[in-house]
Design a protein around this ligand. Sequence first.
Ligand SMILES: NC(=O)c1ccc[n+]([C@@H]2O[C@H](COP(=O)([O-])OP(=O)(O)OC[C@H]3O[C@@H](n4cnc5c(N)ncnc54)[C@H](OP(=O)(O)O)[C@@H]3O)[C@@H](O)[C@H]2O)c1
Length: 303
Amino acid sequence: MADNRKWNASDIPDQTGRTAVVTGANSGLGIATVEALAGAGAHVVLAVRDVGRGEAAAATVKGSVEVRRLDLADLASVREFAAGWQGRLDLLVNNAGVMNVPESSTKDGFETQFGTNHLGHFALTNLLLPHITDRVVTVSSGAHKMPGSPRINFANLNLTGEYAPITAYSQSKLANLLFTLELQSRLAEAGSSVRALAAHPGWASTGLQGHDASALRRVLMKVGNRFIAQDNKAGALPTLYAAVQDLPGASYVGPDGFGEMRGAPALVGRSAAASDPVSALRLWTASEELTGVTFPEPVAVGA
Ligand SMILES: NC(=O)c1ccc[n+]([C@@H]2O[C@H](COP(=O)([O-])OP(=O)(O)OC[C@H]3O[C@@H](n4cnc5c(N)ncnc54)[C@H](OP(=O)(O)O)[C@@H]3O)[C@@H](O)[C@H]2O)c1
C-alpha cells in the first residue's frame, strides 16, 4: 500500500472464481469473514451446526453463499461434510469454536473444547485436503499462552478428573497452533504449494463469551466486550489477512495494538510451547489415533 492506512477488508484482492469454506459461519467472526470474502467475489460455504441459524445469517450477506451442515463435535458429521465436497476448494477457514464451557463431551467422547476446536478441525482439514488448492487458516487465540496452562496435557488430553474450563480452552487453542505448524511441515515435505496459517482476533465482541461456565467471568467479559473489544468485522481482519495476503506458511496473524487485543492485522509471535515441533508431531499422531483420520497421501500439490 502506498499510504499509511491500516490494512482492512477493502484491501482484499478480487476473489472471483475462488471458493471458501468458513466453519462456525453463522455468527461473530465467522459471519464477518463470510461477508468480506463474499463481498470480494468468492463463493462462500457457511459450514454450520444449525442449518436454520446458518440460513438466517446467509440471508444477510451480499454475494454468492450457501449453507451446509457441519457439527465439529461429531466426527460422523465431519465425515459427511467432507464426503459431500466435490471439486476444488481454495480456502478453508477453521473458525468455529467454543470457550470456557462447562465440562462435557462431544459425540465421540472427547472433551468438548479440545474435540470441537481442535479434533473436529483436524479431521475436517485432512479429509478436505485433497481438494484444497491454496490455504488453510485456523483461528487460534491469545489464550494459547494463558499463564498456568501453556501446554498440551498428553497424558490426559480430555482432562478427565482435572477439568478446568480455561485450561481446556487454552489447550485447544495451543493445539490449533501446533496443528498449523505440523500441517505446514507436512505440506512442504509433500511438495505441496498449499499453505497452513493461523490467526487470532484479539478481543472481539461476539457470542463466544456468553457460554462461559463462570457467571462472574460472563459479567466481566460483558464489560470487556463493551469497553475493550473490537467489533466482529475488525476481529475478522487477521483471519482475512492470513487468507489472502502472500505470507509464508505457518505465519500467525493478530491485531497490532493494545497487547494484541485490538488493531490492524500484523504478523505476531506465539509461545515457545506453540513453536515446538516435537509437541506438534506428538499432537498430530495422537489426533490421528483419536479421529481415525490421517494426512492424505499423496496430497494436492496446489493449483
Ligand atoms: N471473540 C473473541 O474475542 C475471540 C478471541 C480469541 C479467539 N477467538 C476464536 O474465534 C473463533 C470464532 O469465535 P467467535 O468469537 O466468533 O464466537 P461465536 O460468535 O460464538 O462463534 C462461534 C461459532 O462456532 C460455532 N460452533 C460452536 N460449536 C460448533 C460445532 N460443534 N460445530 C460447528 N460449529 C460450532 C458456533 O455455532 P452456534 O451458533 O451453533 O453455536 C458459532 O457459529 C473461535 O475459534 C474462538 O476461539 C475469539
